[in-house]
Design a protein around this ligand. Sequence first.
Ligand SMILES: [Zn+2]
Length: 291
Amino acid sequence: MQLALRRRLRLPLPLRLNRCGPSPGCGGLVDVFGDHALACPRTGLLARRAKIVERAWVRVAREAVGADGQVVPQQWLCATTAPGVAPDDRRRLDLVIYGASPMGGALCCDATLVSPLTRTGQPQPGTVADDGAMLRVAERRKRAAYPELSSGGPQRLLVLGSEIGGRWNETAQHLVRDLARVRAQRAPPALRAAATSAWTRRWWATLAVALQQAVSSTALGSPWPAPPHASQPPGPELDRVLDLAEAAGPSHGRPRQQEKGSLAEHPDQLCKYSAHAHSQARGIRDRDQLG
Ligand SMILES: [Zn+2]
């Protein structure tokens, strides 16, 4: 938390070394804001930090599809329905989600975390005038890496892009919306709007925390000591998350904007609404258990 705030406020980080490396590393000067560590490809930390966000996506997807679907981390591309892939192809996808697509196809996901700054703290080309420019570069690269997933068929490539400052690409936002819809279908009809909102907020919190853990650990030059493991129980029951529901139902805004106009501005309304939804969920669960 303190590291995330320091990054946000451009305050120096408590770094031990002033050189990158020596091994692995490029030997270059390390700045006190962590910009070098967050963009240097020579330390090996960029690939390791991606794991933290990747595992958060696996957890979110598993909570969403439950027993009706399946989430396979580190799936071989040749094990999907993508056409024209040789059986000995060694490309892997970060996660493949079955049971969340309306057409029944596999969602082949590649999670990526990019920095809009270079190793020297300078903006990457195009990022000053164009928000999310590096996300689009990453999307193009991933599409080029998996051309088979864009050549028709039931499977789809989803590049789940995020920036070290906390920005998420459109695809990531759409996926959370779709997963919340899938998860809410298993709630009683009267609670679906509240359930959608609650799961959405829970999952954005999960993803945002994972992203900041990944950023902080990389900025300090070390991998996060204990990344949350993906193979965890399928998540809490609905009545445990309904407290997170927004008063006015699910937000259609970007993750950061969801904070506005909900808990902070209408705490009474939110409490009343979630208490009502909460007791409804309990009532339905108790009735089901009795019946
Ligand atoms: Zn370096």
